[in-house]
Design a protein around this ligand. Structure first.
Ligand SMILES: Nc1ncnc2c1ncn2[C@@H]1O[C@H](COP(=O)(O)OP(=O)(O)O)[C@@H](O)[C@H]1O
Ligand SMILES: [Mg+2]
Length: 254
């Protein structure tokens, strides 16, 4: 029996007002527990697509379903079912301490008691934040900030976790911290979509690679099937002495 995908986008089109279309009939699915990488050159429409999915922009055409429910006309339901970690992790921080920051969203929803404690302890453990709970978010390192942003989104219990350029401006340690967290979440069964043009940092962990260009899906398949195309669409495929680096080496984890 075919499993219902966690996220299904069908023929999503979008433009700002009357200007030229930014997204053109974008279709793809994210299966339960899958690790999907979405790539494409700058300006290909990745971030706009995420905002359409999340309900921050309303597509001009197409449908978006979460776990088989059609939320195309319900942007608030999309907002609460999709956990989106923005590129600028600091913009998502609101609390005076790491602990306050993680709890903020739950308090807004009025979630308290055992449920609040359970969710808090789960995400703190998964993202290795326990030594940092009393620290001010502003004083965290880049990788710690990004992990906090992931925790703040994950504690809301989204159906799918999407990260927009999660490796931007991180050093080696920061990239490794974030990657370790993502791999741990995937192992636990979370569906994850990582949006990045830096595929050499993460692709070894992915089940699926979607290549976007000019607002269209160019390819969507196993990474091994799509990898040979990416350079034609402005995404670097790492090579050494003229030969492509093997897929399993495309990670910054040791
Ligand atoms: N608020 C906006 N108003 C008008 N055009 C925009 C806006 N945001 C993005 N765009 C345009 O949409 C296209 C896709 O942008 P974006 O999704 O941010 O690209 P990516 O994330 O793939 O680098 C670009 O041509 C960009 O200039
Ligand atoms: Mg972007």
């Amino acid at each position: 029996m075919e499993q219902v995908p966690v996220l299904e986008a069908k023929d999503i089109s979008f433009s700002f007002g009357n200007s030229k279309p930014i997204l053109k009939e974008v279709s793809f699915t994210v299966g339960a527990g899958k690790f999907v990488v979405l790539t494409g050159r700058n300006g290909s429409g990745k971030s706009v697509l995420l905002k359409c999915l999340k309900g921050l922009y309303q597509p001009t055409k197409g449908s978006i379903s979460i776990d088989g429910e059609d939320f195309s006309k319900l942007p608030k339901r999309r907002n609460s079912s999709i956990g989106l970690v923005f590129q600028d992790a600091e913009s998502q921080m609101v609390g005076q301490t790491v602990e306050r920051d993680i709890l903020f969203g739950l308090e807004n929803l009025g979630i308290g008691g055992d449920e609040r404690r359970r969710r808090f302890e789960d995400v703190v453990g998964l993202l290795g934040l326990s030594p940092l709970l009393n620290q001010r978010p502003r004083t965290l390192s880049g990788g710690e900030k990004r992990r906090l942003a992931i925790a703040g989104v994950l504690v809301m219990d989204p159906h799918v976790l999407i990260l927009d350029e999660p490796f931007a401006n991180l050093d080696l340690t920061g990239v490794r911290q974030v990657l370790e967290a993502l791999v741990a979440l995937h192992t636990k069964g979370h569906a994850i979509m990582v949006v990045t043009h830096e595929i050499e940092k993460v692709l070894a962990h992915a089940d699926q690679l979607i290549l976007l260009d000019g607002g269209r899906v160019i390819a969507n398949d196993k990474p091994s099937k799509v990898l040979s195309l990416v350079e034609d669409y402005g995404v670097r495929r790492p090579s050494f002495q003229g030969r492509p680096v093997p897929l399993e080496a495309l990670t910054w984890l040791k």
